[in-house]
Write a protein that binds this ligand. Sequence first.
Ligand SMILES: Cc1cc2nc3c(=O)[nH]c(=O)nc-3n(C[C@H](O)[C@H](O)[C@H](O)COP(=O)(O)O)c2cc1C
Length: 166
Amino acid sequence: MDAIFKRRSIRKYSSDPVNDNDIEEMIRAAMAAPSAGNQQPWEFIIVKDREILNKIMGIHPYAQMLKTAYGAVIVCGDTEREVHKGYWVQDCSAAVENILIEAQDKGIGTCWLGVYPREDRVDGIRQLFEIPETVIPMAAIAFGYPAESKKQVDRFDSTRIHIDKW
Ligand SMILES: Cc1cc2nc3c(=O)[nH]c(=O)nc-3n(C[C@H](O)[C@H](O)[C@H](O)COP(=O)(O)O)c2cc1C
């Protein structure tokens, strides 16, 4: 619960490297997510190359935090792995959130960058990474050790809770 409540979007990162083992554990956490019919339609591209990170900033208008990020993970959904059509976005979103929480638990900061359903971003990311047509890049996650600290916020709102009927 600590990791859930302390997680905030981090947009300034230090130059400290994130080790490969920690990155692999973030992906392991992603793959532990629930998915419809256990279809696990996710694919992950780990990006550490500075030139490629810069190219993502040229495609995605709200990705400037990649300037200081150590890396990014592109989370994609393989529509051909779908047993139950249309659930891939929910499956991949669960995987993204698991990455954010696992990273937080390790002291690594992250920022979720929406890609799908913006066509220009999907097309740009697809071209950059040569992603097959049946696979859709859903999100990018910037990550690195934080160079800013953000306060924990409590967004609990009892008016959004409906008991037994709306
Ligand atoms: C689907 C989705 C897309 C997002 N896209 C972006 C983005 O493109 N750029 C960005 O800086 N933050 C992005 N965010 C982060 C949100 O701005 C952030 O989660 C929200 O303001 C709440 O702040 P917090 O994450 O610090 O709690 C995105 C978050 C989600 C869930």
